[in-house]
Design a protein around this ligand. Sequence first.
Ligand SMILES: CC(C)[C@H](NC(=O)[C@H](C)N)C(=O)O
Length: 681
Amino acid sequence: LNEKLVCGYPLSIFFIVVNEFCERFSYYGMRAVLVLYFKYFLRWDDDLATSIYHTFVALCYLTPILGAIVADSWLGKFKTIIYLSIVYAVGQVAMAVSAIHDITDSDRDGTPDSMTFHIVLSMVGLFLIALGTGGIKPCVAAFGGDQFGEHQDRQRRTFFSVFYLCINGGSLLSTIITPVLRAQECGIYSKQKCYSLAFGVPAALMVVALVVFIIGSGMYYKAEPQGNIMLDVCKCIGFAIKNRYRHRSKQYPKRQHWMDWAEEKYDKLLIAQIKMVLKVLFLYIPLPMFWTLFDQKGSRWTLQATTMDGNFGALVIQPDQMQTVNPILILTLVPIMDSLIYPLIKKCGLNFTSNFYFSFILSNFQKTLPTFPSTSQSQLKLLNMGSNSVTVKLPGNDALILPAAQVYPFINNCNTKFTNLLPEVILFKSATNDLTSKPQEGNNAIRFVNGMKTAVNVSTAAADFGLIEPFYYSNYSQIKNGKATFTLRSGSQSCEYSTNFGFGSSYTFFIHSTLVFGSNCQDSVTAVEDIKPNSVHMALQIPQYFFITAGEVMFSVTGLEFSYSQAPSNMKAVLQAGWLFTVAIGNFIVLIVAELAKIPKQWAEYVLFASLLVAVCVIFSIMAYFYTYIDPTEIEAQFKKKINEDDEDDKSKPGKAEVEMVKRDSIKCHDEYDKATQTKM
Ligand SMILES: CC(C)[C@H](NC(=O)[C@H](C)N)C(=O)O
């Protein structure tokens, strides 16, 4: 195989792991800002954005089948990786271009004039990315595995661990960097959030990945494709089923395996290889449920984080940045598992056949939301602007004493008429404008009500509330957590009001009629909390991240290597694709259950997913217990030897004896296959 070895490892794998690092940076970096691009650039609603996001992720894990077929049957892994990487890079560039708002902003007002252009270009870009990333994914892993000889099992296992570390290193860096790039302002005619840069850097990294892979070209071991293997496999399976059906009557003796019904027409080696693949694919059936929970990190868990407090002292974490906990934990756990836990388990003589994964059921953290008015009700607020308490009697309500400078919020029916309110009491009714959900991205939604007889201008460094007319209110503005200082201005006079904000709150600030400019106006503004700040800390998600990542380390890293080692030589990429297909199905389950079924209570949805996973864990453990490890290379070698011997014998013993030989060898080969698969996992 490879002549250039470094510490017992082929030098070529260096280029493969660097390629994987850059490619995963490109993929996860683009994915990190994708939902926000849909929502804020393309102006899609939450549901559409989440659905398209999960459809894209699912597509990325469906296309590996295409890539694997092309690689194993036609182009070989090396050429497939090169061609599809070009498609991938073009897709990333298309995404970056689709996010340049100036292209269609002919009136230069900062918003694209033809959204269709941006939508079409980004959808084409996403399709090319899905084709590229999915297409090369099974090939890169299998191509890496190909670089090791038969006696380098240990090195190959380590390679898959390092490969996984690179995936997560790329994912970690990009998930930190691209949200920062997105937050920058850029543009030619007007400055907007810089999605083009957030997509442009991943595009550049994909080009780097391609260049690095090409540089290593002279050092790779490139296994030749072995013809249209997938077509042969499908035909062989089809024939076995048809033949079995034709011979369903009891007069025909049973065969050991239903695939043996293809013997009349197909090569025994091919039948044995199909048996190996089917055995592994059968074991994969319960796996999508793991990915169903796992991939909700990017959607449900991140949305949940927006209702939580991200203040970690010196560090303030944004909800989408919580996802970086997963790759951070992977980078810590994989070396610990490889160097400590697995050797310890082996020393204790434990048979570590299946990896259980525990999931935490999160309770409903949205308790900070108040009761919002229904469609037939309106939200009212009474504000006493005077300096004495007043008694207010509203129809259908008990008399209420409203202290000076205090606000009384309540919900009432829209058709209630209010009369005889005292002149100093403001009845503030804004049913259509009130915020009815938590503000986005952990921000705080703030508005002002002007109780003065003159118009007031309110602004902070981050937002301008504009000129608020007397007894009128401003629109909401989004304010980040921390201290904010508002400047209140009327003509040439001004004063300042400061307050601290947490995460995800909403406040209405009432400016008193008694406000005197020129001094500090701290006492002349009353803050009314419409939505409480997030009280549950984001740190509470860390245990969940820990368990799901521990599960990933035990399940996914080993699964990657398992899919390689159990695959016949001509179907390595195909089985990698089968493994990735389970990720696609997992994402479709999220799409169906979370997006379409719309279970009203979030906790009920978590309980449903967790219960399904527990059930699947039990089923998988039983299946894994009965699984018997095989050595595809050995089995294939035995079959090839037999076929060669047959060829020799055919030359010397033609005629009737040939039929007998085939029969005898068929039985012998099956015995060998069965013997080789007797060792338990
Ligand atoms: C899909 C795989 C599990 C893998 N993802 C990860 O390792 C995440 C970042 N922990 C991948 O190949 O992207």
